[in-house]
Write a protein that binds this ligand. Structure first.
Ligand code: HEC
Length: 159
């Protein structure tokens, strides 16, 4: 009986090893199938910010994404006033965002943090204006551009 249990254990250990080896092999194969460009290093500029600032910035970023979800939902429901209100109040260029974007640029010495940040917030104002005048198609086009504005910064900077 003991022998039988030991045999079962040995077999399961061996097969677990086999699974691991298979996974490793698959990763290896996948990497070989990748074109050289896909393994390029991350060449974006690293923002030298203190850890608590990074936590704060990322929290705000997740809020930005949440705001985009709210704007998209309002546009989908043709609730243009709500879309305008959310875009203006949560993302529109304001004293608060000006201060934050300036602080980020000053702390890192990267003027583009302010430029790209401001461009994104001003695009949210354009979206709000289009929605306010009842132009849903134009508001949607601005929403797409707004997302491109988000990524213009993500493509340049990283933590
Ligand atoms: C001026 C620069 C800038 C702009 C504009 C910007 N971001 Fe970011 N975002 C960053 C940086 C820097 C990070 C951190 C990236 C990293 O972790 O390396 C980030 C990270 C994020 C993350 C990941 C958060 C996490 O918890 O890891 C999300 C989501 C995000 N941004 C959403 C947005 C959205 C949505 C917009 C536009 C409405 C936006 N961002 C505009 C700079 C920007």
């Amino acid at each position: 009986m003991k022998k039988a249990i030991a045999t079962v254990m040995v077999i399961s250990l061996l097969s677990a090893g086999g699974v691991l080896a298979a996974e490793k092999d698959q990763t290896h194969q996948t990497m070989h199938k990748m074109k050289p460009g896909e393994l390029k290093p991350d060449e974006r500029i690293e923002l030298k910010l203190p850890a608590p600032m990074k936590v704060m910035q990322k929290r705000e970023m997740r809020q930005h994404l949440d705001t985009l979800a709210k704007i998209t939902a309002a546009l989908a429901a043709s609730d243009l006033n709500r879309a305008a209100q959310v875009a203006k109040e949560e993302l529109g260029w304001s004293e608060k965002w000006q201060q934050e974007c300036k602080m980020g640029a000053n702390m890192t010495g990267e003027a583009d943090l302010l430029n790209l940040g401001m461009a994104m917030h001003l695009k949210a104002d354009e979206l709000a204006d289009a929605a306010r005048t009842g132009n849903r198609d134009k508001a949607l086009a601005h929403l797409s551009e707004l997302i491109n504005n988000c990524n213009a910064c993500h493509n340049k900077f990283r933590h």
